[in-house]
Design a protein around this ligand. Structure first.
Ligand SMILES: Nc1ncnc2c1ncn2[C@@H]1O[C@H](COP(=O)(O)OP(=O)(O)O)[C@@H](O)[C@H]1O
Ligand SMILES: [Mg+2]
Length: 300
């Protein structure tokens, strides 16, 4: 499925429809120049009042198989507004697949994904539009190598929302400043450190002011000395009230920042609860075994 997705995590459909600056979906809905989605910043189309009644994210009974092999089974997961939910689990346990399903980059076989109470996994929903309410960052930064940091960040608002070049650049500069990279706007990715590239990728994910930020092991490809600056940025976003679902192996960080921790094993959530409880007093043997691999946590 990786091939169906560009570095911004958008689908083939969005890209193909948007060379002239706007996607089909956006154009159709925007006779007055703005799409329904843009108007109240809520691609799911819900009012403030309706939003407050629901968690930002609610996954119900999500099941997904690859070639008849189950990869996720009966996943239930909630992310309330301003919460940080951390997914932990061994490699292959299904963390990335879950994040990609939530971001509608994968079809699901059963269950529902609700964003602000609206079922975005309904096949009748315009996935590209729904996806604009989410920002996803991957382990590999996926920046366009032939574009400056600013161009990478400014691309998304321009292509999908049809802002003018000037507006997109202003917004891009604002976002780069937000991640501490105002001075590097004109630098190309190969002149930036891994940590800086990942911060550019985070800036790009923030371009639509997403309701939900999905972070998939965003520090795993970084040299150890660069992990801190990226985690510091995530900590800042969390403190500022971003709703975040992130897969990570950084247990100390999870303990500090997460409101909830979910431990996945074999495509199932085996245990979930407060970070403190799951990470220091796990109830399940499999959680304990997993945590024992990380030093500094007495999970015996
Ligand atoms: N595109 C795919 N096709 C077939 N199997 C896949 C695909 N993507 C992931 N898987 C399988 O799904 C399981 C979960 O993978 P993944 O979600 O990447 O786990 P994690 O992120 O926790 O390491 C693994 O067994 C992996 O091999
Ligand atoms: Mg993964």
């Amino acid at each position: 499925m990786n091939g169906a997705q560009d570095p911004a995590g958008r689908s083939e459909a969005t890209r193909e429809n948007a060379p002239a600056g706007r996607s089909e979906a956006t154009r159709e809905n925007a006779p007055a120049g703005r799409s329904e989605a843009t108007r109240d910043n809520d691609p799911a189309g819900r009012s403030e009042a309706t939003r407050d009644k629901y968690p930002v994210l609610s996954v119900r009974g999500l099941t997904k198989a690859y070639h008849d092999r189950p990869v996720l089974t009966g996943i239930d997961l909630d992310g309330a507004e301003h919460q940080v939910v951390v997914l932990i689990g061994a490699s292959g346990s299904g963390k990335s697949t879950l994040l990609r399903c939530i971001d509608l980059l994968e079809d699901i076989d059963d269950g529902q994904i609700l964003l602000d109470g609206r079922d975005i996994s309904d096949p009748r929903i315009d996935a590209d539009k729904a996806r604009q309410a989410m920002g996803m960052v991957f382990q590999s930064f996926n920046l366009f190598p032939h574009m400056s940091a600013l161009a990478n960040v400014a691309l998304a608002p321009r292509v999908v929302h049809g802002s003018t070049r000037r507006e997109a650049q202003d917004r891009g500069r604002e976002l780069l400043a937000r991640v501490g990279l105002a001075a590097h706007a004109d630098a190309y990715p190969d002149k930036l450190s891994g940590g800086q590239q990942q911060r550019v990728a985070i800036a790009r994910a923030l371009a639509y002011d997403p309701r939900l930020l999905l972070l998939d092991e965003i520090t795993s490809a970084l040299d150890p000395e660069l992990v801190g600056e990226v985690l510091a940025l995530v900590r800042e976003l969390a403190t500022a009230g971003r709703t975040i679902v992130m897969a990570t192996h950084e247990m100390a960080f999870a303990r500090e920042v997460a409101d909830r921790v979910c431990f996945l094993d074999g495509g199932m959530i085996v245990e979930s609860g407060s970070a403190e409880r799951v990470l220091t007093d796990p109830q399940q043997i499999r959680t304990r075994q997993f945590l024992q691999r990380f030093t500094g946590l007495d999970a015996s």
